[in-house]
Design a protein around this ligand. Structure first.
Ligand code: ADP
Length: 566
């Protein structure tokens, strides 16, 4: 606010900050540069937490995971053109995963951009963003900052959550208006995540499907974790007695050791269930589109709880769609669940038999002392450390590292596991770890394949700069999938999947003042991880894994197109 010939005026910089603060958006993940540097400085001066990254994609991923954890849009702030495009990758990923976030980017002079006269970092960002997010807006006038933020916030969190792009032209920030008028233009959005109550006949239809089922199954997706209806979801599962399967980011919504968890009999229950209730999970590729061998021979009845009406019938016919927010839908089902007969004893016993067998088999594999260390030996340690520290956030990406960790490491609390998600991507690691750690204030372990880690490794500097309690464990097997491929021509270039052998990722974090560990056995890994957690300082454990361990594309081998002359 400046005193200008007795008329108090404020400017766009201040009003952007005021709009964020009015809506309790207290953290910005970003990267400074023209034209947002002063905006970021001012944000910090005004009490907003600013976490500065080395690359915008990771700032965006941090914002996205903060959105998933809090039901408030995570805020990412970037410069124009390339900074914006880097952030756009994260915005698209957030939208695909149904995480609420707002990407705010500064942009160049509209008049010059629109006539393509060659401005500094010229780009039509608004239109570039549109296909990759839920909504995109530009604020051209200072009077509209309050309304512009309200639209962005509502679009991000109401209905199916997703990513929103908000374009702030450089000239907007220096526009001025009288303080009194400006104050009135900024407001807190009322009821940004409105409850959406399901229709009574839809609830009854869903209950009738359950009543008619012999072998029911509940599938919990990350929408169920996002909804924060933990107690009601648990009550529905326990009162109904129905076995359930968590999708990877729904792990821990109920503790993975819950007697009704069918995770250890996953293939069996998907094939054999006769009625499946999806709660915040889509029948996409992660669930084999609801058809084919995975889903067995006999036809199934599906109930689908979702906030997005046109998700229903996306892949197969849904017998009982239940449209509304998960809290309200589960609440309504609970009222009628006592009248639903318990699943047959035969069904429960068949699942339990399968579980006992599979759990014993896994225990045997985990107990084997392989030398050099393999994925199972290393994950036996991670599993035990998480059991002893159930509040720790777990970030996980890679191919084999992801598949094995998801299956082996039990989660005990909701919204603690953050992974490759709907796209099955690499590159979320350090961004999610920073976002999760900053948002929760709790220690975070990132279990990373060496390839996956490479996409965001420079953010180790960010972790050290903010002294975050993040321990990154790199499963180092010298390459993508594994490190043993050779160049068939005998030429000097290594094979496309191979990295520098015996790379010392632990030395990277030492460059920034963090603690590096180099381990080659499960016992050493356990000692290092326990020490790192106790110290609560930035750490990286380079865990050497047998370079012959690991299969091509992990469990996604079938997605590789095959050549005719292999
Ligand atoms: P997963 O990958 O774990 O199977 P998905 O991301 O495919 O989960 O599915 C999440 C679903 O949850 C989306 O279809 C989304 O519309 C839905 N969803 C998200 N939040 C809510 C909510 N609060 N109430 C109802 N449905 C929700």
């Amino acid at each position: 606010t400046t005193d200008n010939q007795n008329t108090q005026v404020t400017d766009g910089f201040h009003l952007v900050i005021d709009a964020l603060k009015a809506n309790d958006l207290d953290t910005i993940f970003g990267l400074v540069g023209i034209p947002i540097t002063d905006l970021c400085r001012l944000a910090q001066a005004e009490g907003i937490r600013f976490i500065g990254f080395r690359h915008e994609q990771h700032a965006g991923n941090a914002a996205a995971i903060a959105g998933f954890m809090t039901q408030k849009p995570g805020i990412c702030m970037t410069v124009s053109a390339p900074g914006f495009l880097n952030g756009l990758t994260a915005l698209a990923n957030a939208t695909v995963n149904c995480f609420p976030m707002i990407l705010i980017s500064g942009s160049s002079e509209r008049e010059i951009v629109d006539l393509q006269q060659g401005d500094y970092e010229e780009m039509d960002q608004l239109n570039a963003a549109k296909p990759y997010c839920k909504a995109a807006y530009r604020i051209n006038h200072i009077e509209d900052i309050g309304i512009g933020f309200a639209r962005a916030i509502r679009a991000a969190v109401s209905g199916r959550p997703g990513g929103v792009y908000l374009d702030l032209p450089a000239q907007l920030l220096s526009q001025t208006m009288p303080v009194e008028e400006a104050k009135k233009s900024i407001f807190k959005v009322i009821d940004p995540v409105p409850r959406q109550i399901p229709a009574a006949d839809a609830v009854e239809r869903a209950l009738n499907v359950l009543k008619g089922a012999k072998r029911p199954l509940i599938l919990l997706g990350k929408g169920a974790a996002y909804a924060q209806a933990d107690e009601d979801i648990r009550a529905l599962i326990e009162k109904s007695g129905i076995p359930y399967l968590p999708m990877s980011m729904a792990k821990g919504l109920l503790p993975d050791i819950h007697p009704q968890s069918a995770s250890a009999a996953r293939a069996f229950v998907l094939a054999e269930a006769d009625a499946v209730m999806l709660i915040g999970a889509r029948l996409n590729w992660l669930l084999a589109h609801g058809k084919g061998k995975t889903w067995g021979k006999d036809p199934k009845k599906f109930i689908q709880i979702d906030i997005q009406a046109n998700e229903v019938d996306s892949n197969v016919q849904i017998d009982a769609p239940l449209i509304g927010d998960i809290g309200s839908c589960v609440g309504e089902l609970l009222k009628g669940i006592a009248a639903v007969p318990k699943p047959s004893a035969e069904w429960i016993k068949a699942i339990d038999d399968k579980k006992v067998k599979n759990i014993a088999k896994m225990a045997e594999t985990l107990a084997k002392e392989a030398s050099p260390m393999n994925f199972h030996g290393a994950l036996r340690v991670i599993r035990e450390v998480i059991r002893l520290n159930p509040d720790v956030n777990l970030v996980n990406e890679g191919a084999n590292t992801l598949d094995y960790c998801r299956a082996i490491v039990n989660m005990y609390k909701p919204r603690k596991r953050f992974d490759s998600g709907t796209w099955g991507i690499m590159g979320i690691g350090m961004g999610y770890a920073i976002g999760a750690s900053v948002t929760s204030g709790l220690p975070t372990i990132a279990v990373e394949g060496d390839s996956a880690f490479g996409f965001s490794g420079m953010e180790l500097e960010t972790i050290c700069r903010y002294n975050l309690p993040i321990t990154t464990v790199v499963f180092n097997n010298n390459g993508v999938y594994r490190g043993t491929d050779v160049n068939p021509t005998g030429g000097a270039d290594v094979a496309p999947t191979v990295f520098v052998k015996n790379a010392r990722y632990d030395k990277m974090i030492e460059a920034f003042g963090g603690v590096g560990y180099y381990v080659t056995t499960p016992a050493e890994l356990e000692a290092a991880l326990t020490k790192a957690l106790a110290e609560g300082k930035p750490a990286l454990i380079n865990a050497v894994i047998d370079e012959t361990a690991g299969t091509e594309s992990g469990r996604l081998t079938n997605l590789n197109p095959s050549t005719a002359n292999k």
